[in-house]
Design a protein around this ligand. Structure first.
Ligand code: PMT
Length: 414
């Protein structure tokens, strides 16, 4: 529930603006009040009248309106809110915010705010994947701005890929997870005092400044594990490769690109009790990444790419001598002989447990919402039912608490 929470919703100019109307409805159903700022481009897609009717509040658009400024200055507009939500967040507003511009009311409010900000990007797939947008998103994430989406799918411009704004229900869930924790009754904290590192998402290994080797990991499983450990009281550092999902609240997130950077960030976390390596780390990288873009010239044969092995983060943490975490958990992504390969991987890498998951494309584990896993330890193999990734995470966190002799209520009841 969001009872009593005040949301300032900035509606920028994109076809997805129509979903913002539904978002207002959903937020108000949960007890939040919504005040809207509409950009000039946003007003080409939805009318101030519709926003006003659904929010039952006036709509702000003009930075130089004497009436607006005397009734509600632009600074006050952001200070009066518990959370700012930008939906849809266009490439333009992301760029303006990253550059610190204050050239209209929406950008000024975003620059002036001291409140958390959630962005729900929506744009053409090529705009979303353009290096300029990628860099702007990274800059904003590093400044603590939260992101939800975008989702993959067919787009209004007849293209397919990431760029669709998240659905209103998904945005509401992200808002609830940002605002509701303080309202929830205190959870039991069996992992209080324990320090954990979780790796998540893919890594990107540069071939040249514009090309890279990577994979389809979305970070959903790793991020959910970081959240679940934090919910049980652990002090969690999440080391995340490039993903499109929001940083989990209550977790210190370090953003990295490559396996080398991921290893450095894990080691920089210092003494830890628990390591969970859920990232899909690229096994190989270019032996000699080019310093400038490799040119394609007429008649030229395709260049060959020499690869070299990346550091193995899981094995490094598992074999760290006195600094080894008390519990090291790896994942095994397999497409055949799931359990046998995972058992072998646990031994080779030297971790305590390995969570084996089938990543055959037909199953859709990479990027999907659910996961079917086996938990493998020295004492045997446990088969878990197919669960949402959040449930896999909570179950795993519960097992970790039990390992430290501090069962959660759920574990104690089993
Ligand atoms: O991110 P999602 O879309 O939610 O998908 C989740 C997932 C499928 C990525 C996740 O559940 C998963 O299986 N993660 C591990 C993927 C992987 O790289 O598996 P692997 O079998 O290649 O590696 C085994 C283990 O070694 C993993 O813990 C991996 O993090 C680790 N590893 C691998 C190579 C390397 N250089 N360093 C490592 O630490």
């Amino acid at each position: 529930m969001l009872k009593g929470k005040r949301i300032l919703l900035i509606v920028a100019g994109g076809i997805a603006a129509f979903k913002s109307l539904e978002l207002i409805r959903r937020l108000r159903e949960r007890g939040a009040s919504v005040r809207c700022v509409l950009t000039a481009a946003g007003a080409k897609f939805v009318t101030p009248m519709s926003l006003q009717a659904l929010s039952e509040d006036r709509v702000y658009s003009d930075m130089f309106s004497l009436t607006d400024e005397s009734e509600m200055g632009h600074i006050q507009l952001s200070r009066d809110a518990d959370l700012l939500v930008v939906a849809p967040a266009t490439a333009n507003i992301l760029a303006r915010m990253a550059a610190g511009l204050a050239d209209d009311l929406a950008a000024t409010v975003l620059l002036a705010t001291d409140k958390p900000v959630l962005m729900a990007p929506a744009m053409n797939v090529r705009m979303w994947t353009h290096p300029a947008t990628v860099a702007n998103v990274e800059t904003l994430k590093q400044r603590g701005i939260h992101f939800i989406g975008p989702n993959d799918g067919a787009m209004a411009c007849n293209e397919y890929g990431p760029g669709r704004m998240s659905e209103p229900e998904e945005i509401v869930a992200a808002i609830e997870s940002m605002l509701a924790p303080a309202e929830r009754p205190p959870l039991e904290k069996p992992l209080a005092g324990k320090r954990a590192v979780v790796t998540s998402g893919p890594t990107r290994e540069a071939i040249d400044p514009v090309r890279y080797i990577s994979n389809h990991s979305s970070g959903k499983q790793g991020h959910a594990i970081a959240s679940a450990l934090a919910a049980l009281g652990a002090d969690v550092t999440l080391v995340s490769g490039p993903v499109a999902i929001a940083d989990p609240p209550g977790v210190a997130t370090v953003h990295v690109d490559s396996a080398d950077q991921m290893l450095t960030a894990c080691l920089a976390a210092g003494r830890i009790d628990i390591a969970v390596c859920a990232a899909a780390v690229a096994d190989w990288k270019a032996a000699r990444p080019a310093g400038s873009k490799i040119k394609k010239r007429a008649g030229m044969a395709p260049p060959s790419l020499e690869l070299t092995a990346n550091p193995d983060i899981l094995a490094t943490l598992s074999k760290r001598g006195p600094q080894r975490p008390a519990l090291v958990v790896g994942f095994a992504a397999e497409t055949e002989n799931l359990v046998a390969n995972a058992v072998d991987k646990r031994q080779r890498k030297g971790c305590d447990w390995i969570v084996a998951n089938d990543v055959s494309p037909a199953i859709g584990t990479f990027g999907g919402e659910r996961n079917t896993v086996h938990l493998i330890s020295a004492s045997g193999v446990e088969e878990w039912p197919t669960l949402a990734k959040g449930e896999v995470a909570m179950r795993l966190a519960g097992r970790i608490a039990l390992h430290f002799g501090r069962p959660t209520k759920a574990e104690a009841a089993e």
